[in-house]
Design a protein around this ligand. Structure first.
Ligand code: MTE
Ligand code: MO
Length: 423
């Protein structure tokens, strides 16, 4: 068996990603707990037992322990021309379960974070409605509320990996996604208040940040499950996530989830804004562009082991990962240890929610041999996550958007893990 795996690997050309672990700021110290103070180890009484701890007034708003200071959002220098129009990435490799903590949700803004005093906040609804209206934050909170978990993924997640493996990290190749419980009012309920003209077929959602982000959304989606949200994971939205109000467009590309939402206009056709014409369209090999590619297709990633999480010892380990689909629930996740030749079905952990990250795990044994780890998700519509070759055959390599292909992590004999592309 071990020999067969080796053959699989040597038969193929493996191209490693360019950017190494150094770029992640990971020291070996944080990976290996070699420097324990023996005085604190059993059977001794540790020093923290012999002194009083901090009082309850030390952290009015709690912060993570200093020993987890490595678990942060990170950006890629060469993708960050200016921080106001840029992106940072969620540290997926350090998270458990399906909830992304608010302080770790990746940020993508085109004109920086708008700081809005909620007393100055208004949401305007105009266009093809019976009654044009302006709502305060308190007005919005008087409507029946919903609490729903949804993933938000930027269409450019994994965009650097179309032509080959570029970035050697789970965080950089998959971290433009977060999963949050939103509290808000369904847009379909708000519409009852304004009424709609018969020819209202499209919505223009407009942000109030300096980028004035605008996107067109078809009325069917608005009526189906869009939410005007004011809270994430139980507390007010973070400023960088659109405080005080953002639009939630479940399962659809992150760009449409307009933050600092100021206006919703109803019209009879798409508005063809900058963000949906010059950007967020997918250039194909023949020079034509796919347009309105809203749904985020089924995708998955192994979050451990991964380039940031090497295998530190031989024996049994747990493969952990996340899967998601913009079309509904995840039905199954398969994991391969030999680059896609053989597959085993992983365990899905409840809750398995629609249009939400889903946690999977599967045990594996590492005896010091090379392995090629892959995960492949299948959703309830039976869509199967494609290989990069399958995807390239249809889409070419010109686009940076909607790369939902299967990634490969190579475990080397020393336990190091690299993002590789199989030739
Ligand atoms: N007003 C406004 N809304 C916006 C953006 C923006 O720059 N301004 N960026 C969009 C993009 S491209 C994405 S991927 C998501 C990112 O949401 P997040 O910052 O909460 O991760 O917000 C979208 N909504
Ligand atoms: Mo985005």
């Amino acid at each position: 068996m071990a020999k067969e795996k080796k053959d699989i690997i040597s038969r193929r050309s493996i191209i490693k990603a360019g950017v190494g672990l150094g770029a992640l700021g990971l020291s070996s110290k944080s990976l290996l707990a070699k420097e324990a103070n023996n005085k604190n180890l059993p059977p001794n009484v540790p020093e923290w037992t012999e002194t009083l701890g901090d009082g309850v007034d030390v952290n009015p708003y709690g912060m993570p322990t200093e020993f987890e200071s490595n678990v942060i959002r990170r950006n890629v220098e060469w993708l960050t021309a200016s921080t106001e129009s840029s992106v940072n990435f969620t540290p997926l490799q350090d998270l458990e379960g399906i909830v992304t903590p608010n302080g770790l949700c990746f940020e993508r803004h085109h004109g920086g974070t708008a700081i809005i005093n909620p007393v100055d906040y208004r949401l305007m609804i105009n266009g093809l409605v019976d009654r044009e209206m302006i709502f305060t934050l308190d007005d919005l909170k008087r409507f029946p509320q919903v609490n729903k978990f949804y993933f938000l993924e930027c269409a450019a997640n994994g965009g650097m990996e179309w032509k080959g493996s570029q970035l050697n990290g789970c965080q950089y190749t998959f971290g433009m996604v977060h999963n949050v419980q939103y509290t808000g009012v369904k847009l379909s309920d708000l519409i009852q208040e304004t009424g709609l003209k018969n020819n209202a077929k499209w919505v223009l959602a407009e942000g109030s940040d300096s980028s004035g982000m605008t996107r067109s959304i078809p009325i069917e989606k608005i009526k189906d499950d869009c939410i005007i949200a004011w809270a994430m994971n139980g507390e007010a939205l973070r400023p960088e996530q659109g405080y005080p109000i953002r639009l939630v467009v479940p399962g659809w590309e992150g760009n449409m989830w307009v933050k600092w939402l100021r206006r919703i206009e109803f019209g009879d056709k798409p508005y063809m804004t900058r963000e949906e014409t010059s950007k967020y369209t997918d250039l194909l090999s023949d020079g034509k562009a796919r347009m309105f590619t809203w749904v985020m297709d089924t995708k998955s990633v192994i979050t451990s082991p991964c380039p940031e999480k090497p295998v530190l010892q031989k024996g049994i380990h747990q493969i952990r990962g996340l899967a998601w689909s913009g079309r509904g629930k995840i039905k199954r996740v398969d994991v391969s240890l030999d680059g896609g030749k053989n597959w085993k079905t992983a365990q899905l952990h409840s809750p398995v929610l629609e249009k939400s990250l889903t946690r999977f795990t599967i045990p594996f044994e590492w005896n010091g041999e090379e392995m090629l780890l892959q995960s492949r998700a299948i959703d309830e519509t039976n869509y199967v996550q494609p290989t990069i070759k399958e995807l390239q055959n249809i889409r070419g390599v010109n686009s940076i958007y909607h790369n939902n292909s299967i990634a490969t992590w190579l475990i080397s004999k020393n336990g190091k893990v690299d993002n590789v592309r199989l030739g």
